[in-house]
Write a protein that binds this ligand. Structure first.
Ligand code: WT7
Length: 630
C-alpha cells in the first residue's frame, strides 16, 4: 500500500500531495474497506477549526484491521505480549484470535449497555486486553478514552467527568518492575466524584484483594464467558469520533483531543508503513504505553491496520535489570525498535556493560519520539544499538496530529543527528515569526505551524470547540499552531527546538506548568507557586517549583508534603524534581510572573537574566539566586 521507495520517489509524492491533495489521499484511502465511499475528500476551514476528510463515507476501522487482513494473515501474529516478569510466558495472538477476542469483548460491552457514541474509559496496564478493549470500542462505535494507569484518582475523575463516560475498564492491579501497583482502589476513589459511570469491568492481573461493588463491578472473564465470538461492526461515518485522548496544554485543565475514524485510519497506517518501512514478516516494537498517543497510533492502530506484528511490553526498561530492552530485541528478533530519548539517556548512563551479551543484529530501523533527542544520545543510540548501520528516525508529532508529521523515512531520507528532518507527504509545515510572517528559505527559526490539513488532524477538544480554536488556530491566522519552536537548517532540514509555550516535556511526558502549579496550590499552606522546566540529563526537562508558603513547618517537611500533594492530585510523573521555598516571585508591574527569570535561575544561568530593573520587586531576584537549589 503506497510505500515510498526512494528519495526521488519521496520528493515526487510530496509534490503530488501538495498539488492535488484530494487525489493523493483518495488513492491511499482506496486501499481500505469502505461501506460507502466519500463524496468529497476534504472540506476545511482553519478559522472555525472545522476539518472533514472523506465526507459522508461509511466504514468501521476494525473491519480494516480484521476483515481486510484475515484472508491472508489470519494465522499471522498480530500481537506478541511480553510480560513484566521475563520468567512468565509471552503470549502470541494471531489476527484471527485478536478478531475473536475483540468480537467477544464487543458483545460484552453491548451487554453492559454500551452503544455507538458512548464514552468508555480504559485505565489498564500494558496487556493485550487493553488493545482488545480499544478495538472493541471501535467495533461497536463507542469512543474510547485511554487514561494512563499512572494517573491519580483525581486526574482519572476529571477525565471521566469531562467526557461523561459510562463505563470504566480496568484491572485489579498492575505489575511494574518489582512493584505491584494498586489500581482498583484508585478507580473506586475516582468514582466517588463521578456520577455518569454505570459499570466497571475489571481484568484479573495481579490477583490482589480488591473490593467489588455488587451491581457496578464485573470481572472481565465473567463478561466474556460464554459469549459469541461474532459481532458485526457498527457502521460509522468518516467523521464519527474514534477516540478522545487527554493531554496537557498551557492552561490548567487537560484537553480532550478528539480524533475521528476515517482520517486517523488512513494517516496512522500510511505514516507507520512509510516511516518505519515495514516489510511483511518484520517484528516491530514500540515501547510506549497505550495511555499515550504513541501507543494508540504505533502499537495498536497503525501496525494492525498494516497487518504487522506488534510487540506489547508490560514492564519497564530496568527490570529485572537494565539489559531488558536489548534482551527483548534479541528474544523476538525485533526489526524496528521505537522508543523515547529519555529511555535512551537512562540506559546510556549504564554504559555498554548491559549490552555485552546482546547481538541486536535483527534491528533494521531504530526510532525516537516524544522530545528532542540531543546529539550525544542520538550518537549513542545510533552507534551502540543501531550498530552504526540502522537508520534512526527522529519522529516529530503530537497527540493532536494523530500521526508522525516530520521524520526521516527509514533508509530513504539521509540521516542527520538530532533533526526530525523532512515532512511526510501531505504535511505542510511552515515557520512563522512572532508577528505571524512566514519565514521562507533556509537558516531560519521560529514557530512551527502547519498550513494545510492532514487526515489525522484533531477535530475538536471534547465539549469545548472554542478552546480548540483558541489553542491551535488563533495564534497565527489560518494555520494550525503546534506550540513548538523549529529551525530550518542550511540543507532545508527541520530541527525541533522544544516548546515555546508554558508546556514542559518531562521524560517525553507533556506537562502544563499551570497544571503542576494548581496541584501545588492545593496544599493549604501554599500561597503561590511558579513552575518552570530546566535541563535534566535523563528526563530532558526537570520540574522546578518556586513556592511561597505561609507556614511554620520546616522547609524540608513542607517540600515533602508538596511533593505528596502533586503525586496525589496528578500522579507520580508530575512530581517536582526541585522545590525552592521563596518569599516572593519576580513580577512585572502588571503582576505577571516573569518566568524567563525563573527559568534562567533554574538552569543555573545567572549571568543572562536580562533586564530586571523593570520588575515590581527586583530585590527578589537575588534572594532567589542565593536560595536556588542547584
Ligand atoms: C510534544 C507532543 C508524539 C508522541 C509523543 C508525545 C514534543 C514529540 C518530538 C521529537 C522533538 C518532540 C514536542 C511536541 N515532541 N516528538 N521527535 N523531537 N520534540 O506526544 O504528549 O502530544 O507531546 O512532544 O514538543 O509538541 P505529546
Amino acid at each position: 500500500m503506497h510505500r515510498i521507495k526512494s528519495l526521488s520517489d519521496y520528493f515526487k509524492k510530496y509534490e503530488q500531495s501538495k498539488k492535488d491533495p484530494d487525489k493523493f489521499w483518495s488513492e491511499i484511502a482506496n486501499n481500505f474497506i469502505w461501506k460507502e465511499k466519500w463524496d468529497k475528500v476534504l472540506d476545511w476551514d482553519f478559522e472555525s477549526a472545522d476539518t472533514k476528510w472523506f465526507k459522508n463515507a461509511k466504514l468501521n476501522i476494525t473491519e480494516n484491521i480484521f476483515e481486510r487482513n484475515l484472508k491472508d494473515r489470519g494465522d499471522k501474529t498480530a500481537i506478541i505480549w511480553e510480560p513484566n516478569d521475563p520468567a512468565q510466558s509471552p503470549i502470541y495472538i494471531t489476527y484471527r484470535q485478536l478478531y475473536e477476542e475483540t468480537c467477544k469483548f464487543s458483545n460484552a460491552l453491548k451487554e453492559k449497555g454500551i452503544n455507538k457514541g458512548d464514552r468508555v474509559i480504559i485505565y489498564m496496564p500494558m496487556v493485550p486486553e487493553a488493545a482488545i478493549a480499544m478495538l472493541a470500542c471501535a467495533r461497536v462505535g463507542a469512543v474510547h478514552s485511554v487514561v494512563f494507569a499512572g494517573f491519580s484518582s483525581t486526574s482519572l475523575a476529571d477525565r471521566i467527568n469531562d467526557c461523561q463516560a459510562k463505563i470504566v475498564l480496568t484491572s485489579d492491579g498492575n505489575f511494574r518492575g518489582n512493584k505491584i501497583i494498586p489500581v482498583k482502589p484508585v478507580v473506586d476513589e475516582a468514582l466517588e466524584k463521578c456520577s455518569t459511570i454505570e459499570s466497571v469491568i475489571v481484568l484479573e492481573r495481579t490477583k490482589q484483594n480488591i473490593n467489588m461493588i455488587e451491581g457496578r463491578d464485573y470481572w472481565w472473564h465473567d463478561c466474556v464467558n460464554d459469549i459469541s465470538s461474532q459481532c458485526d461492526s457498527e457502521i460509522l461515518d468518516a467523521e464519527d469520533m474514534l477516540f478522545i485522548l487527554y493531554t496537557s496544554g498551557s492552561t490548567g485543565k487537560p484537553k480532550g483531543v478528539v480524533h475521528s475514524s476515517a482520517g486517523y485510519m488512513v494517516y496512522s497506517s500510511y505514516s507507520f508503513l512509510n516511516v518505519f518501512q515495514y516489510d511483511e514478516g518484520d517484528i516491530y516494537w514500540c515501547t510506549a504505553d497505550v495511555g499515550w498517543i504513541t501507543g494508540h497510533s504505533y502499537i495498536v492502530y497503525g501496525p494492525l491496520l498494516c497487518g504487522a506484528t506488534s510487540i506489547m511490553f508490560e514492564g519497564v526498561p530496568t527490570f529485572p535489570n537494565v539489559s531488558r530492552f536489548w534482551d527483548i530485541v534479541d528474544k523476538y528478533k525485533v526489526n524496528q525498535f521505537y522508543t523515547a530519548p529519555t529511555a535512551i539517556r537512562a540506559l546510556q548512563a549504564h554504559g555498554l556493560e548491559p549490552l555485552k551479551d546482546n547481538s541486536l543484529e535483527s534491528l533494521k530501523v531504530i526510532g525516537s519520539v516524544g522530545e528532542p533527542i540531543n546529539e550525544e544520545a542520538w550518537h549513542w543510540y545510533h552507534d551502540n544499538i543501531g550498530k552504526g548501520n540502522c537508520p534512526l528516525v527522529d519522529t516529530w508529532w503530537q497527540t493532536e496530529t494523530g500521526g508522525i508529521m516530520i521524520s526521516a523515512l527509514a533508509g530513504i531520507t539521509p540521516n542527520k543527528p538530532a533533526h526530525a528532518s523532512l515532512p511526510l507527504p501531505g504535511i505542510q509545515p511552515v515557520i512563522v515569526d512572532s508577528a505571524g510572517k512566514e519565514l521562507t528559505g533556509n537558516n531560519v527559526q521560529g514557530n512551527l505551524c502547519i498550513k494545510f490539513p492532514w487526515p489525522s488532524i484533531l477535530r475538536t477538544t471534547y465539549g469545548d470547540h472554542k478552546r480548540c480554536i483558541n489553542t491551535y488556530f488563533s495564534n497565527f491566522k489560518g494555520m494550525y499552531f503546534t506550540g513548538d519552536g523549529v529551525k530550518r537548517d542550511h540543507d532545508g532540514y527541520l530541527r525541533i527546538l522544544g516548546r515555546v509555550d508554558d508546556v514542559i516535556n518531562v521524560s517525553g511526558h507533556r506537562m502544563g506548568t499551570a497544571e503542576v502549579e494548581n496541584a501545588i496550590n492545593e496544599h493549604e499552606e501554599v500561597i503561590e507557586s511558579a513552575v518552570v522546566g530546566y535541563p535534566h540529563d535523563i528526563k530532558g526537562e526537570g520540574i522546578y517549583a518556586y513556592v511561597i508558603v505561609n507556614s511554620k513547618t520546616s522547609d524540608d517537611k513542607i517540600k515533602i508534603e508538596i511533593t505528596n500533594v502533586v503525586r496525589r492530585v496528578i500522579g507520580p510523573i508530575a512530581k517536582p524534581d526541585k522545590i525552592q521555598i521563596v518569599s516572593g516571585l519576580p513580577k512585572t508591574r502588571s503582576g505577571k510572573i516573569m518566568r524567563r527569570i525563573l527559568r534562567k535561575v533554574a538552569s543555573n544561568d545567572f549571568d543572562n537574566l536580562g533586564d530586571t530593573s523593570t520588575l515590581l520587586n527586583p530585590e527578589i531576584v537575588n534572594e532567589i539566586i542565593k536560595g536556588s537549589s542547584n
